[in-house]
Every structure is written in C-alpha cells, then in structure tokens.
Design a protein around this ligand. Structure first.
Ligand code: PEP
Length: 250
C-alpha cells in the first residue's frame, strides 16, 4: 500500500493579505482532501494569516526557511522557536533557490533541518541536481551528498521524522517536468539509500516530487511507486490548479 500522500504548496515570495485570504479560505473550505495531507508554505509574514484562516480546516501551514540560530543578533532571521509560536507543521530547508541565490551549502541545510526537529517541526529537505550535473551523470552522487549532509546533522535515528522533496533544479519554475520514469528512478534511489540505514524509516519516508508540477502532469508522477506527493510552486498560487493537483494525489 502507498504511504499517505502529502502535497505542499510553496508560495515563494508571492502573495498579499487580500490575495491570500481568497486562496486560504478556498483551501480551508475545500472537500476531497481527507485522504491526503495538504500544507502551504507561506512567507513568514503571512503565517499568522495562514493560521487564522486554516486552523479550522484540514490543511496545514509551514515556513519556507528557518535560521540556523536560536536567537540573538541575526538581523532579518526567524528562529524555529518563533515558527512554533505560529504552530507551523513544516519548514522547507535546502530549496534550490536558497542553495543557489543565497549560497546555502549542504552543511547549513543539515543544521537547519536539525533546528526544525529540535522544535518538533517537520523539515521538508529539498534535494536535486542541476541540468549540467544530470548531463554529467552525477544525479545520484549530488542527491546523496545533499542527503548525507542532513543525516550527519540530524542522526540516523531521526530519519523517520523528515520529508524529502526531490526537485531537479532544471525543472523548478521552468515548465520542464521530470518524466515519471526520471522521477521514480531518483525517488527509488533515495529510498534504497535510506533503507541501508533504517529499513522502517525507508518504508514510511515520504518523498515528494517538485518541479513544474501542473494539473496535467501530476497524475502520472503521483502514480509512481516511490512518489508520495508533490512540492508545488507556481501552481500552488492558483486555487483550482492546486486543488486539482491535491485531488490527483489520492
Ligand atoms: C518549488 O518552488 O519548489 C517548485 C517546485 O516550483 P515550481 O512548481 O514552480 O517549479
């Protein structure tokens, strides 16, 4: 039997109080989402709004980043403890935009995952290769090194407490989606690697696919044995598209 599917929207730096209200209320009141888990990762500023509008429904909310520090003189940063004040369920770490635009190295991503676990927030650890790396046959190697840096920080004993998102960098925001077979190949590889460390964790680990998932590409991706849902960027800003994708995951 497949694991319970999880579909997470990543709003990135988009939204406004008025636009969000319609989107959040639409999600909160939507039916057909009982059989899966759904969450939206919103800009920090809108966490209070997400909590207010989603609290009575079945959709969770999360953050897109977290500081590697607990508190102190780190202007502009937000700690895990602050996220807990807003009852977030998830936090993204290692999104490729943070890795590339903000030069976040593997070790930092691991530390951020650990910081989230310390406050009982589930890290969604993003991994994925660039087009050059794929063409050079380095996909498994890159994904492994990103993943191993996280295990080094959180410990094998915490493998059962994270979600992984495989997001090929060449597919994010580009309109190019990995084929279902390409996604399955990497998802299967990740699960095999986890199984070498902890068989039970590998069985329950949710591995999401992300990268230009749209209503017309979601179904075949979600049908793959080791694809347990999706991390959805652009399409999560459109209520109808996001709900369609969510329902296709069940
Ligand atoms: C993402 O931001 O994680 C993502 C997958 O974006 P998009 O769906 O727009 O490619």
């Amino acid at each position: 039997m497949k694991r319970k599917q999880l579909v997470v929207g990543n709003w990135k730096m988009n939204g406004s109080l008025s636009d969000n209200a319609a989107l959040l209320d639409g999600l909160s009141g939507a039916d057909g989402l009982m059989a899966l888990d759904v969450a939206v990762c919103v800009p920090y500023l809108y966490l209070a709004q997400a909590r207010e509008r989603l609290a009575s429904g079945g959709v969770s909310w999360g953050a897109q980043n977290v500081s590697e520090y607990d508190s102190g003189a780190y202007t502009g940063e937000v700690s895990g403890k602050m996220l807990v004040d807003f009852q977030v369920s998830f936090g993204l770490v290692g999104h490729s935009e943070r890795r590339s635009l903000y030069a976040e190295p593997n070790e930092l991503v691991g530390i951020k995952a650990r910081k989230l676990l310390e406050v009982e927030v589930t890290p969604i650890v993003c991994v994925g290769e660039t087009l050059e790396q794929r063409e050079a046959g380095q996909t498994f190697e890159i994904v492994s090194s990103q993943f191993e840096a996280v295990i080094e920080q959180i410990g094998i004993e915490n493998l059962g407490r994270i979600v992984i998102a495989y997001e090929p960098v060449w597919a994010i925001g580009t309109g190019l989606t990995a084929s279902p077979a390409q996604a399955q190949e990497v998802h299967g590889y990740i699960r095999e690697q986890v199984a070498l460390l902890d068989k039970a964790a590998a069985g329950s680990l949710r591995i999401l696919y992300g990268g230009s998932v749209k209503p017309d590409s979601a179904e075949k991706l979600f049908q793959q044995a080791d694809v347990d849902g999706g991390l959805i960027g652009g399409a999560s800003l459109n209520l109808i598209d996001f709900l369609t994708i969510c329902r296709l995951a069940t």
